[in-house]
Write a protein that binds this ligand. Sequence first.
Ligand code: ADP
Length: 254
Amino acid sequence: MGDRSAAGVAGTPATSGAHGVASAPGISVRQLTKTYGRFRALHRVDLEVAPGSFLALFGPNGAGKSTLLGIIAGLVRPSRGQVFLDGEEITKDRDENLGKRIGALSYQTYLYDELTVLENLRFYGRLFGVEDREERIESLLSTVGMESRSGSPVRTLSRGMRQRVALARALLHDPDILLLDEPYSGLDQDAMVMLKTVLTARNKTILLVTHDLVRGLESADRVAILNRGRLVFEAEARELSASDFEQTYRDHAV
Ligand code: ADP
């Protein structure tokens, strides 16, 4: 846990989200533009995710959400603009250690189909230099409820089970920043509850992309809507009821 007073001024709690945890780095996106040929997937996007806070990002298919997450994760090059993690610009030079600071979960599970669940997690544990690897893996398998399938090749798992393992993989190195693209897809009710517990018992900076307005709104500190590559709405989650937000989304995501 970080020193709460460190980020606030003279004892004022840090304005870093409902949980006030200031130790995780923040994400700062400035004037980010991405073009594919003549098509603009992102247009001058400015976005802040305060250290230790949770932002849920919504938008229709093709709005540019995955592109934005890809750029923050260092997987996609922006055309213009900057991304800072904890004040450090990551869009300038390729940072080899970026993967160690970020936990990513997307439609791509980054799991090897032919390897077992355990082999996958051991592989990534070594890659990320995770200390006390076996204990960490055991504890995460228990968190995501997959201990009994640790010896199964990933290709034999259901979609939701893979998503559970992918979540364990994303959390393995205890990253400060979580980038989650539709993490709920394929998860059953138990896994949804588990994911919510994991995300609310955090000291991490979280950027979540989802189509689930209600779930996103109830989990996040702030919400934002991206439409046709532009950030068109941003607000504190607690200031919006689910029905207000559904109307706001309909008004903005056209
Ligand atoms: P979202 O995640 O919001 O559904 P994406 O970020 O995946 O949207 O895509 C935004 C737009 O950029 C879409 O119109 C998509 O077709 C386009 N796009 C994404 N990646 C590429 C690419 N590699 N080449 C060309 N166009 C792309």
